[in-house]
Structure formats: structure tokens, C-alpha cells
Design a protein around this ligand. Structure first.
Ligand code: FAD
Length: 310
């Protein structure tokens, strides 16, 4: 790992004072914690409120050799119907934020929407184009969320993250690292804890608010919020649009159980029934992938993250 430095933290180990029994729920349904509204239960679920609790939870899982899965806003995941093994840590209760000069510094679980509003109110600009993207800042930085030509990595200053042992490190991005929907944290077990973004100053709060609202309104008009989904199922392959490839094959409205290729955006798979299984969504996405591969020889890479016992 070339890009991190160890952070000196003054945070005390509060293990003895934190009651894990109060923090951890066994057999917790996860449907309502993801935007697909499908999937099974977590063996254990916890919502830490601070770094001490987060560390105690990591230690608790480690002592029992249980895997840990992090869930932010659940807007880019597909949770298995057979549930998630071990401990699921929901970050949404880690949501404090503040501004320091041109830096916005926030805990990972703050929603992108709240963070955008907060930065606008503090005369900082740069996040408005992300208006309407659901989820948390932690999930956004991990997946390098954004638009076609602008992603969150472009304003990233540093990230304080934890390894599975609870050690805290600081990551400073290298300017040349700006991969489409990938970050330093993709494919790592690290937990993004606190995130600093370098923004620019603006004087006109009302204009900034309008920019943000315009982004959200566009999405609304495109029907992105009409049905439960997790945004784009696949990443755009080099030089092409996954949505266009799927649309060209007339796959919109294709159904499998309660899953359907969205009528308004071919790269979205939507949940159209009350009893939809994640398995249906997965199987439909595989069908789509196979058809695109057969027609164009392109192997689409999944953007939505599979979580749990697949
Ligand atoms: C209607 C709709 C529109 C969307 N539009 C866009 C768009 O325009 N652009 C775009 O990029 N995305 C879009 N998305 C996808 C999604 O909203 C973003 O990718 C979002 O940033 C995911 O954040 P999250 O908190 O929901 O992550 P989650 O779905 O909770 O998690 C995603 C992954 O990140 C991991 N993770 C989350 N938080 C942390 C953390 N603190 N530390 C370590 N790992 C973590 C999870 O384990 C998981 O692997 C859209 C989704 C929907 C439903």
C-alpha cells in the first residue's frame, strides 16, 4: 500500500464501557436498508454512533471470526435472499460533518443529499452536480460515484479509514488516480470513516441550490425514482454506454419474476412486485449480460455490489 500514512489518534479504547449487547441485533431484516427493497437478514446488525463503537464492533466480530460487511445507504447493493453472514455494520448513524476553510469533513454515513445542502449553506461549491444521487458519502467515495464526466474523486482531499483490526490510517489520493467507478478502496476490506473534500467558495447560495435541484429534477423526470432499484446495474464499457447497448437489443421491460429492465433507463433493473427476490434481479441481470456478450462480444462489468450468501 503506497498511499497511506498512519494517523495519530487520541481516541481512547472504550471497550469496557460499550455494551455490545445493546449495539448488536441478531437476525435483522435488511430489506428496508437497501434501495432494491429485497434480500434476507443479517446474522447480526449494528449501527455504531462513533469511532469507539465502530472499533468495538470490529473487535467483537474478530474475536468470533465473523466476516464484517459495511452498508451505507444501500443504494448500490443487491443483498442475497439467503442473508448476510456475520456482522453487518450500517454507517448511517455516523453522520456528523463540519467545514474547515475550503474543506468539508464528514463521517462516512452522512447522506450525499444532506452533505450537499450543508456545503451549500457554508458557501462551498462542487457537490451540486451530484444532487439526487442517493446513498452516503462513504459509499460514494468507495465506488467513486458521479456522472459521466465528473466524479467524487475529483474533490477528494483525504480519507481516514480503518483496517479490519481497527487501526486508523489516512489516505491521500494521488491526482492521477481517477478511475471510472473505482477507488483505492474498491476490493479492500477497509472502512472509510471520515472524508475530507476540497471544494471551492461561492457567494450565491441560491444559485448553488438551484444547480443541485436541477440535477435532482432531471433524475426525477427521467423516472429514476419511480421504482425500487440501485441505479446502473453495469458499468459503462470503454467507449460505450451499457444502457444504449441494452436498449439496442430491445430489452427494456423484459421481466423475470418481480424484476424488470426499466422502461425509462435500460441499465436499471427495477423491482416491480412486493415479493421480488434478489435472485430474480440477479438472474435477469445475468440474462442481460449474456445477450450483450452474444450480440457485441462485450462482457459487462457489474456496478451493483453483491452482498451476502451468493
Ligand atoms: C435512483 C438511483 C440513481 C443513482 N445514480 C447514480 C449516479 O448517477 N452515479 C453513481 O455513481 N451512482 C448512482 N447510483 C448508485 C448509488 O447511489 C451510488 O453508488 C452511491 O454512492 C452508493 O452509496 P451507498 O452509501 O448507498 O453505498 P452502499 O450501496 O451502501 O454500498 C456500496 C458499496 O460500498 C461499500 N461501502 C459503503 N460505505 C462504506 C464505508 N464507509 N466504508 C467501506 N465500504 C463502504 C459497501 O460495502 C458496498 O460494497 C444511483 C442509485 C440509485 C438508486
Amino acid at each position: 500500500m503506497r498511499y497511506y500514512t498512519r494517523v495519530n489518534t487520541t481516541i481512547r479504547d472504550e471497550n469496557e464501557k460499550i455494551n455490545t449487547e445493546e449495539l448488536i441485533i441478531a437476525g435483522a431484516p435488511l430489506k428496508q436498508l437497501c434501495t432494491f427493497r429485497t434480500g434476507g437478514e443479517a446474522d447480526y446488525l449494528a449501527r455504531p454512533k462513533n469511532l469507539e463503537e465502530l472499533r468495538v464492533l470490529l473487535r467483537w466480530a474478530k474475536e468470533r471470526s465473523l466476516p464484517v460487511t459495511i452498508l451505507g445507504g444501500g443504494s448500490n447493493v443487491l443483498i442475497s435472499d439467503r442473508g448476510v453472514e456475520g456482522l453487518v455494520i450500517s454507517t448511517v448513524t455516523l453522520s456528523s460533518t463540519h467545514v474547515r476553510g475550503l474543506l468539508s469533513v464528514s463521517q462516512c454515513g452522512i447522506s450525499l443529499d444532506r452533505l450537499i445542502n450543508y456545503t451549500i449553506e457554508h458557501n462551498l461549491s462542487g457537490l451540486e452536480p451530484f444532487g439526487g444521487i442517493p446513498g452516503t458519502i462513504g459509499g460514494a467515495v468507495r465506488g467513486n460515484a458521479g456522472l459521466i464526466d465528473y466524479s467524487i474523486s475529483e474533490v477528494l482531499e483525504w480519507v481516514d479509514y480503518l483496517d479490519p483490526n481497527g487501526n486508523l490510517f489516512r489516505y491521500y489520493p494521488q491526482t492521477q488516480i481517477n478511475e471510472y467507478r473505482r477507488s483505492f478502496f474498491s476490493d479492500t476490506p477497509f472502512i472509510l470513516y471520515e472524508i475530507a473534500l476540497r471544494l471551492t467558495s461561492h457567494r450565491n447560495t441560491s444559485e448553488a441550490r438551484q444547480r443541485k435541484e436541477a440535477s435532482r429534477r432531471d433524475r426525477l423526470q427521467q423516472g429514476q425514482y419511480d421504482l425500487p432499484c440501485a441505479g446502473c446495474m453495469f458499468k459503462n464499457p470503454e467507449g460505450a454506454s451499457a444502457g444504449k447497448l441494452i436498449d439496442n437489443l430491445h430489452l427494456k421491460n423484459t421481466r423475470l419474476g418481480g424484476a424488470m429492465v426499466s422502461n425509462s433507463h435500460a441499465n436499471y433493473i427495477v423491482n416491480v412486485a412486493r415479493d421480488t427476490k434478489s435472485e430474480d434481479i440477479f438472474a435477469l441481470s445475468e440474462q442481460v449480460r449474456e445477450q450483450v456478450s452474444r450480440a457485441y462480444g462485450i462482457d459487462l462489468e457489474r456496478e451493483v455490489v453483491l452482498i451476502g450468501r451468493w
